[in-house]
Design a protein around this ligand. Structure first.
Ligand SMILES: [Fe+2]
Length: 405
């Protein structure tokens, strides 16, 4: 085995190894890298394992965090029945909105304490999962959620958390990230910490069939933005590249069909796998300017996160392209494009999102010229901007917002 590796490395200098000799794409070996994620189970019916996983992780009484929309589906019953079958007690907390707010996290943490829970099970899209992850950190640290803003700001690990995602896009169930709205400043804060990684994720494509056309499109574009931003990130490496490129391939083939044929499980499963891979990639390589700007928009205007990403993506690619040309070539190839210039990729992304119904502008969603300085300022402070392949000035960010109006 050692001689095979030696042979492979024979003509390689500076610890670099070609991953694709035709393209000359290289990664550096020998640098210290960390890859963290939840334990996860992927496949139809995974949600029914909630009780067994909770029991194995030491649950006595569970706080089941979800949202009101999901209470109308049968999935909450599926999960609560699974807990009951293992003899576990639970309390439901569903008092939250999309783009979860700081006070909702603190209220959930109070319920956790008052009901003497010792574990959280989160069922839902990015909002309940991010809210639950933040609650877990609050109850184990006795701190306010806003004190966790930034990277590695959570002193004590969270109480155990199991996630069951019901949308295909967020990746929150396997990631180190939680995004919470600071309602005082009306800014979305990013909490990035290993303490945010859930203990287990039960990834069940069947839970995504109730998503409507708009939610399928928006969450799918979020996953596409995750994978593209992770692939061009300054912090990418071989493992995140593999996951990011595979997610891009799957999304470009499956997302339009998942939108058009919502009951087709083949496309739903494809999108759930892509969401997982994009989540593994961005959790370990971080994101970039699209997300920095989308967080800023989401804080000020409470717009759907996936739509904000979708409307910014082509403009950020245009800006970043000279700084990561070879990487964008790879992305274009993964999408099945044959050309090598930026125009083809940018046109493709624009047609792709328009084709699934995201064909509005930021102006249509209520953004005006007067909002741009404030939006750009908040974007510059977002931690996601650090790993963007090109460091933008505030004037650059303002210009990108202007192009998306
Ligand atoms: Fe996202």
């Amino acid at each position: 085995m050692k001689s095979v590796l030696n042979q492979a490395l024979k003509n390689i200098t500076s610890h670099e190894i070609c991953t694709d000799p035709d393209q000359g794409l290289v990664v550096k070996l020998g640098e210290l890298r960390k890859f963290v994620t939840s334990e996860f189970v992927f496949g139809d019916g995974a949600r029914f394992l909630a009780g067994r996983y909770a029991l194995n992780l030491g649950a006595d009484r569970v706080l089941l965090v979800t949202d009101r929309g999901l209470m109308k589906t049968g999935f909450v019953d599926d999960v609560s029945s699974s807990l009951e079958e293992e003899g576990l007690d639970y309390v439901i907390f569903d008092d939250m909105t999309p783009n979860p707010r700081d006070h909702e996290v603190m209220e959930g943490a109070e319920v956790f304490d008052a009901e003497e829970c010792n574990m959280i099970v989160a069922l839902g899209g990015g909002s309940p999962i991010d809210c639950a992850k933040a609650m877990g950190a609050v109850v184990s640290n006795r701190m306010h959620v806003l004190d966790f803003e930034g990277v590695d700001m959570i002193p004590t690990p969270s109480v155990p958390i199991i996630c069951i995602p019901t949308t295909a896009g967020t990746g929150a169930d396997v990631s180190q990230f939680a995004i919470i709205l600071d309602t005082r400043r009306m800014v979305k804060i990013a909490i990035i910490s290993k303490a945010m990684v859930p203990d287990a994720s039960l990834i069940d494509p069947e839970t995504t069939v109730t998503m409507d056309r708009e939610l399928t499109a928006a969450t799918g574009m979020d996953a596409l933005a995750h994978s593209i931003e992770a692939y061009v990130s300054n912090a990418s490496f071989h493992l995140t590249d593999l996951n990011a490129l595979d997610a891009i391939r799957i999304i470009s083939r499956c997302l339009p069909s998942a939108v058009d044929e919502p009951g087709n499980m083949e496309y739903r499963e494809g999108m759930m796998l892509a969401s997982l891979e994009a989540g593994l990639a961005f959790s370990n390589a971080s994101l970039g300017l699209v997300h920095a700007m989308a967080h800023s928009l989401g804080g000020k205007l409470d717009m759907a996160h996936g739509e904000a990403n979708a409307l910014l993506l082509e403009h950020v690619i245009e800006f970043n392209y000279p700084g990561a040309t070879e990487r964008y070539h790879e992305i274009a190839r993964a999408m099945g494009l044959r050309g090598s210039g930026p125009a083809e990729l940018i046109d493709y992304i624009r047609e792709f999102r328009s084709g699934i119904g995201i064909d509005m502008t930021l102006e249509d969603l209520g953004v005006g010229e007067d909002d741009i300085p404030e939006l750009a300022e908040a974007s510059m402070k977002d931690p996601c901007i650090v790993t963007n392949p090109v460091r933008p000035s505030i004037e650059d960010v303002e210009a990108i917002f202007r192009r998306a109006l």
